[in-house]
Design a protein around this ligand. Structure first.
Ligand code: GLA
Length: 726
């Protein structure tokens, strides 16, 4: 998979359908040669255009033009390359230039862990890792670049480690990935949004200058997701070249494409350099988070399927990754803060009758919390609301045949809390400056171990006090006034990253101490839906918006990078609490079946007709979830370009089963029904339609299609196909 041509000094990384090559130049700079379709040629040095861009190592004449135009693997600032660098280092004299040259390489089987950071993993026979050592002699700075190639997937994982060999250095920027390409005919796809409309897909042509998305909010954010794609002009959902770039990190990030004056794109991805400086004392190292590069020649759909497989096989560690998750009911939209044991058990009794398997008690069970103004940090049950505490409630829920789960927001502190009275300095703050509230709460300083230890001991005590089999870990505000009274002045700019490392430390402790716990991440809906979180939890709450029509956009956008099996999806009440829309429960169910499936409404209050449909929806989930969870996703509709309908398919890996889901947003009269062409089936196979019993060839289903005869706005259907003998 990884080889080095000693004569031409070319590294070749080859995985399924993807080849990545780089070359050590005469002066030791590491150039990027090409990334794309595999080719057999042993030496493609001519792709660096030596006639137009002579390597100036002999004369040194106009070296700046060379540095500013050559394709590089890990560009440095301050030495004539004026495009976006991956690294900026300040020495003790205040100088900023850095010039990294090749030293050596090594290749190992499998993939080493990144200590303290989430990262993809692979067994020795599944992947190889290349480490390339670079050195700036003057600074005494060693940088090791890591490239892992996954044998069965068109993807590589990249990260970098900086080590100071002699003096104190200030790392002002240290990105994880750079990809220089030679032609500018690409569109950039990003996922942007806000609370209740997370991850809408945008596609725009690359143009001269820098097109960037970022977060400086302390988490990956509602506003932009740490993912971009470059799709070749004209590439569609099903054909053409597409690169996916995904950052395995949950904090401040930068993802940027820049078109240089020569029309060449440079993509970079990593920790956002804004408000970041990391101090390296002599002998210390800094490891960057990991970034993923994936490549597909089957369009945007192929890129998504590669990322889904990569994350399901090589990132999500949870034992639940390919297990059916219990059908849950969450009381948030059913009761908000207004509940007691009796009310909750009333909902649970109806839920148990309908076949629901897990009850999740959301916000409001602890301290004195009856609204969102108090008690974050006081992690003990409110016995006034829950007499007998959590263990009594959990026992009663268990007695109904259901599991019990619990909501926490462990990173937060309410100014009105016992914890704040005891430790007013435990929140992130700048001494002397007023502390900006959001949802009337402050963020705990997870860069401090004593804070993490204290919170974890409370969380652990609660989890050990009752039979709690699921946790929803929430995070409901962004960071502000990032600082503390503890760190030295020159280490204050480390706090945003140390905060994220602290969150990871706690999640690691949680999943190690409670290995069978089903953990769902959440952040004011879906503000921290990122690969970093998937390392710890197999599912993430996708959005507080459970309207199935707006969910089409949210789930479709999210699916560009993330597997549906990771998307928390619930059937909510009508009118929908976010937008007032009324939709049939069948469509709410069909759309929630795309992801993990659950309910978020008061079953004692919904209409009799709707209640009667719940068991059938659950039965359908049990029938379809294996396919949705482990199969390949094919998007058929594009809700961003035509919002009158949507459709998608899940196809089993062996192509013997498939599921078509169709939603008609807007019905029309006296027009032929919409004819949908299926995708992903295997030519030569015949499939039986479980709705009509009709057996048709894959060819007919994919080329002629099926008529979606259905009446009514917001109506939907799910059809299952099984391979048939003819
Ligand atoms: C966030 C979550 C919701 C709910 C509330 C509770 O908004 O996204 O699902 O848990 O917090 O306060």
């Amino acid at each position: 998979m990884i080889s080095f041509n000693e004569d031409a000094k070319i590294f070749t990384l080859q995985s399924k359908g993807f080849m990545y090559q780089m070359k050590v130049l005469k002066e030791g700079h590491l150039a990027h040669l090409r990334a794309g379709h595999p080719v057999p040629d042993p030496d493609l040095s001519h792709l660096l255009r030596p006639n137009e861009l002579p390597d100036c190592s002999e004369t040194g004449r106009d070296k700046a033009s060379f540095m500013d135009n050559v394709m590089l693997e890990f560009p440095c600032g301050g030495i004539g390359d004026y495009r976006e660098p991956c690294i900026e280092v300040m020495d003790n004299a205040g100088h900023l230039a850095c010039d990294l040259r090749y030293v050596s390489y090594s290749i190992s089987e499998g993939k080493p862990e990144l200590k303290g950071l989430p990262a993809t993993f692979a067994a020795a026979e599944e992947a190889q890792t290349l480490s390339i050592k670079l050195l700036d002699n003057l600074l005494g700075l060693e940088v090791t670049l890591f490239y892992t190639v996954f044998e069965d997937l068109g993807a590589i994982a990249r990260s970098a480690k900086a080590t100071s060999l002699k003096d104190k250095l200030f790392i002002k920027r240290f990105l994880s990935l750079c990809l220089d390409l030679s032609s500018s005919s690409w569109d950039m796809i990003t996922l942007s949004g806000a609370w209740a409309r997370e991850r809408y897909a945008n596609r725009v042509p690359l143009h001269a200058g820098k097109q960037r998305i970022e977060s400086s909010r302390g988490e990956s954010s509602h506003q932009f997701n740490p993912f971009i794609a470059l799709a070749e002009k004209g590439a569609s959902e099903d054909s053409g070249k597409a690169f996916g770039f995904s950052f395995v990190y949950s904090g401040n990030f930068l993802a940027q494409a820049e078109i240089s004056s020569m029309g060449m794109p440079r993509v970079v991805m990593g920790i956002n350099p804004q408000n970041f400086t990391w101090v390296l004392e002599a002998g210390e190292s800094f490891q960057s988070p990991e970034a993923i590069l994936s490549y597909s020649e089957e369009g945007i759909g192929g890129m998504s399927r590669t990322l889904h497989d990569l994350y399901r096989k090589h990132l999500i560690r949870s034992p639940y990754v390919s297990k059916k998750r219990p059908v849950l009911i969450n009381n948030w939209e059913a009761t908000y803060f207004n509940f007691d044991t009796d009310k909750l058990l009333g909902i649970c009794r109806e839920a148990a009758k309908a076949g629901i398997e897990l009850f999740v008690l959301d916000d409001g069970w602890f301290g004195k919390r009856n609204d969102d103004n108090t008690s974050l940090g006081d992690w003990y049950a409110n016995e006034a609301k829950l007499p007998g505490g959590l263990s009594r409630l959990a026992n009663e829920v268990n007695a109904l045949g259901m599991k019990f789960g619990l909501w926490f927001e462990p990173e937060m502190i309410s100014p009105e809390s016992e914890l704040y009275k005891e430790h007013p300095d435990w929140c992130i703050h700048i001494p002397g400056r007023s502390r900006t509230l959001a949802r009337n709460q402050l963020v705990l300083d997870y860069s401090r171990k004593e804070v993490r230890d204290h919170i974890y001991s409370m969380v652990k005590a609660v989890l050990s006090s009752a039979n709690i089999e699921y946790v929803k870990w929430d995070m409901n505000r962004n960071l502000s006034e990032v600082g503390n009274a503890i760190y030295a002045p020159d280490r204050q700019q480390e706090i945003s990253h140390r905060y994220v490392l602290g969150v990871y430390d706690l999640m690691e402790r949680l999943v190690s101490d409670f290995p069978n716990l089903l953990l769902e991440n959440c952040s004011g809906g879906g503000a921290r839906f990122d690969p970093g979180m998937l390392y710890y939890s197999p599912q993430i709450w996708t959005s507080d918006n459970v309207d199935p029509i707006e969910r089409l956009k949210i789930q479709s956008g999210t699916s560009l990078a993330y597997p549906p099996s990771a998307m928390g999806a619930h059937v909510g009440d009508v009118p929908c609490h976010s937008n007032g829309r009324i939709t049939p429960i069948s469509t709410r169910g069909n759309v929630a079946m795309f992801g993990t499936f659950g309910f978020e409404l008061d079953l004692t209050k919904i209409s009799k007709e709707d209640l009667e449909q719940v068991p059938a929806l659950i039965a359908q989930y049990h029938k379809c979830n294996d396919l949705a969870r482990d199969g390949d996703l094919y998007r058929i509709g594009n809700i961003f370009t035509d919002n009158t309908w949507d459709a998608w398919m899940f196809v089993s890996k062996d192509k013997s089963e498939a599921l078509l889901e169709y939603v008609q947003v807007l019905a029309s009269s006296n027009t032929p029904s919409r004819r949908i062409q299926l995708k992903g089936l295997k030519e030569g196979f015949w499939y039986k339609n479980d709705e009509t019993g009709m057996v048709l060839s894959a060819e007919t289903l994919m080329h002629d299609g099926l008529d979606m005869w259905i009446k009514g706005d917001f109506s939907s259907k799910v059809i299952r196909f099984e391979k048939a003998k003819v």
